[in-house]
Design a binder for this molecule. Structure first.
Ligand SMILES: Nc1nc2c(ncn2[C@@H]2O[C@H](COP(=O)(O)OP(=O)(O)OP(=O)(O)O)[C@@H](O)[C@H]2O)c(=O)[nH]1
Length: 240
């Protein structure tokens, strides 16, 4: 079942029972973070270029749209993951959140610079993702949102940079409200990193399937003879 959200002019696809069933997508990104950090605003801004002030509380919409990134037309699916309220919940993330993590190929973790608790949630969220992908370095972008609200700042830019460095994630501080280019950058980074991961995976498969070319026996033979000739010269030189 699909339906249109008239206010955002976007196609909404309810989350399927199993996120594994979603087929034929080019890129699948999950946006995660605690409540009111601006996840929906970020996604809608990216997909429509518009900043829409107020949204109903997020119930887990999946947005789908064809977009142009780096000259390529892509089908992008963005999961507005239902908010994770408090740090206490992190030990046992709701099933839906885990399902979305399982479904996605890249992750945008959002906190608000005006809400220190939303920042504190990023590490456990990241750790939860890593636990679900122990063998893959899945792309994670950490976004510090609402940078226009400087007077209400609770999280310093350096805190974000430090955390991202520690976790090995990309970091961007942005204002979804003020700057569309920054929002576009976030998704462009996510796209690039997911593409890189795709390429590496394909590369590994290709490398694995290459049968090593046998060395020419003639060359081997020549080398062996050359070595023999050299060592006999050295030996005879030594006896002189
Ligand atoms: N000043 C400012 N306000 C923002 C920005 N981004 C989002 N907001 C506002 O923050 C509030 C929450 O935004 P949402 O997009 O609904 O947040 P959410 O993370 O989806 O929240 P849930 O639906 O509760 O999960 C809204 O009033 C937005 O207008 C921003 O960059 N700057």
């Amino acid at each position: 079942m699909r339906f249109y959200n008239m206010s955002t002019n976007l196609l909404l696809v309810p989350i399927p029972e199993s996120c594994d069933n979603v087929m034929n997508r080019d890129i699948k990104i999950a946006v995660l973070g605690s409540s009111t950090v601006g996840k929906t605003a970020l996604i809608v801004r990216f997909l429509t270029k518009r900043f829409i002030g107020d949204y109903e509380s997020n119930t887990g919409n999946l947005y789908s749209r064809l977009v142009h990134i780096e000259g390529e037309q892509l089908s992008v699916q963005v999961q507005d993951t239902p908010c994770v309220q408090a740090q206490a919940e992190c030990a046992r993330f709701p099933d839906l959140v885990s399902r979305c993590i399982h479904w996605a190929e890249g992750f945008i973790l959002v906190y608000s610079i005006t809400d220190y608790n939303s920042y504190k949630l990023i590490r456990p969220l990241y750790q939860h993702i890593r636990k679900m992908y122990p063998d893959t370095k899945v792309p994670v972008i950490i976004v510090a949102n609402k940078s226009d609200l400087l007077h209400a700042r609770q999280v310093q830019t350096n805190d974000g940079i430090q955390l991202a460095n520690e976790l090995g994630a990309t970091f961007l501080e942005i204002s979804t409200r003020e700057n569309y280019e920054d929002v576009y950058d976030v998704f462009q980074h996510a796209y690039k990193e997911v593409s890189k991961l795709h390429m590496n995976n394909n590369g590994e498969k290709r490398r694995g399937s290459i049968i090593p070319r046998p060395k020419s026996p003639n060359m081997q033979d020549l080398k062996r003879r050359f070595k023999q000739a050299l060592s006999s010269k050295v030996k005879s030189g030594a006896t002189l």
